[in-house]
Design a protein. Sequence first.
Length: 257
Amino acid sequence: MGNDKYRESMEKNRQELSQERMAELSRRSRQAPKANSRGLLLPSLFFIFILIPVTLLIYVAFYYEPDDTLTAKTTENQVSFELNSQTPASGTVLAASEDSTEDEREFKAQQAAEQKELKAKAREREAKAAEEEKQQAAAKAKAEADKKAQESAAAEQKAREEAEAQEQAKALAQQQAEEKKRAEAEQKTEAEQKTETEQETPTAGGKTIVVQSSETLYRIAVNNYGASGAAAAVEKIKQANGLGSNNISPGQTLILP
């Protein structure tokens, strides 16, 4: 609407300028000689009816950018041309200016609402991201706590098993020691009983004895035959047992003739 008013104003200005030019040319033509008037008429007509409209069209088409300030200035010029008398055209220009201002306010309000909505969405995204990060941190902490609890339970179970194994090993070792001690005692008792039995059991040629750790062939002869016949008794014992020397070992069984 402002563009149309501007064109109307420019057209009126152009017509007034044309009328003034025509009046001036008419005065000059009446005063100047006829030959000069005929020579100047064609350039003047060309300038008025061709060059000026073409210049205005080029300006409007390529350089004109309507705005409120220019419309206001055009309105002021129009008012001055009409001797400061208000016309329906000035009211229309003011209405157009008010409409433009209203549109601008609505556009600014719409922009403000869009910015507010964008800010609200950004805050919502930030809050959602913070909540997700918080949940991830809580899940991670819970996983770490569960892992530590499992490791602690596994360590306690392992320590318990090791303690039980040590107790079982200790009890087994103690049992084995007692069994070994009991077996040794039984073996010793059996050996003593056997020795006593062998010592007390006579043979066809006499009796048998088991050599003790501290005994020698000569001592056995002295104990059994007396000191006076010990040498002869040694030879008898050697012959009865097939000994080639006087060496005997503990636990060896000898026949005493």
